[in-house]
Design a protein around this ligand. Sequence first.
Ligand code: NAD
Length: 444
Amino acid sequence: MPDLLKTLHDNPATGWLARALGLPDPVELARVDGPYGALPLDGKRALLAGAGGYGAGALAAALTAAGAAIDQGKGAVDIVVFDGTACRTPGDCRALYDTFHAARIATNGRVLIVAAPPVLAQDPVAAATARGIEGFSRSLGKELGRKGITVNLAYVAPDAVDRLDGVVRFFCGRQATYVSGQAIDVTATVVMQSTTQALPALAGKVALVTGAARGIGMATAARLVQEGATVVCLDVPAASQALHETCRTLGATALVLDIAAADAPARLCDFLRERFGGVDIVVHNAGITRDRSLAKMPATDWDLVLAVNFGAIAGVDEALLATGLLRDGGRVVCLSSISGVAGNFGQANYATSKAALIGYVAARAPALASRGIAINAVAPGFIETPMTERMPFMPRELGRRLNSLKQGGQPRDAAELIAFLCTPGSGGITGNTIRVCGQALVGA
Ligand code: NAD
């Protein structure tokens, strides 16, 4: 469906009014619909800036390996990568100003800033400088969002620079369309066999996506199929028809199951053992809302939301780990929400469940790392799906516009981030929660 504000701005009869009222004019976001391929940054001009840090060599190698041309000349570039790992004093921050004050970045461009983790700094001023870079990158994202440019920051430990390959491929690529203003931690804690991405990225992997009959789950299943995975799509009996239709289209396997049922973990484990012998990727996407202010909320709505959005996930993971069905080198992704980051009126139940998942992935990650398993959460902002379609007009329009890109995301934007976190190349990232929200003001 065309964007209402874009239509108003582009029509000569109404464009003047839209401008006079100061209505946002959202830029058309560039998207790709396909697998990463060997050279996802092919044809892109990249500026690599920052000097003397430990990240520069790995960043140059990652950009080149992904097909980008590193270009220190004048003119607009598609990508700016800044190595801030040498920034330790307030004076060092000047390099950020010098680089980005002068940089000309094309519409739908990408900025990736790399910094040393503040917790590893030798002194408080160096730690504060590293933290200051986060404020810079979030501000830059807010300024450049009107051109569809996304800006993200990776805190990279010195022993994890060899994990930057996947980070560069995703955050400098088209797949990061709706991911902006994020600060992620890249570490070497997850054991990795190889840091080189084989293609197709998920060949030979078995993936489970819950709530996959529609929306973000369906888009995720489609992306995982594109990357070569064998995908099991799970959804409730009431969505059985849509689920089978999705599976027919994607060439995926359907599993009709209410994930919150008491026997769901056992039935799921039996299914995965008998059909596939195990599972490599689990995307806990199924989720529901039952919005009411707390004073008016029936206890049944509290219980149901906590059971589906949180209890079921913990139950399934415990069963998959206890039975050994989740294989070494696996990936687990939980769908949180910016409501879980910031809280939301009328969503005390939902925000509790989604915030719990932020804590859950952080708490689960350390014990899984030695088996090469990474677990992360993805927190969508406003994504155009049947869930957000049901919102009343005003909150819907506010949710859609109050972000740096001035528009809602598409299910595939969330699917891109989820799919990246399912690939072997994301092995530097675990215990993180990454928002896919166009840098929403809520929860920013
Ligand atoms: P959606 O309502 O369009 O789809 C959710 C799917 O989950 C449906 O197919 C539904 O049948 C299934 N489901 C619900 N309960 C289930 C259960 N007990 N067992 C199995 N399947 C079940 O939702 P969406 O917008 O695609 O959201 C997907 C996830 O992303 C959810 O966890 C949601 O909370 C989260 N999220 C979405 C948004 C957004 O803007 N759409 C924002 C933040 C978070």
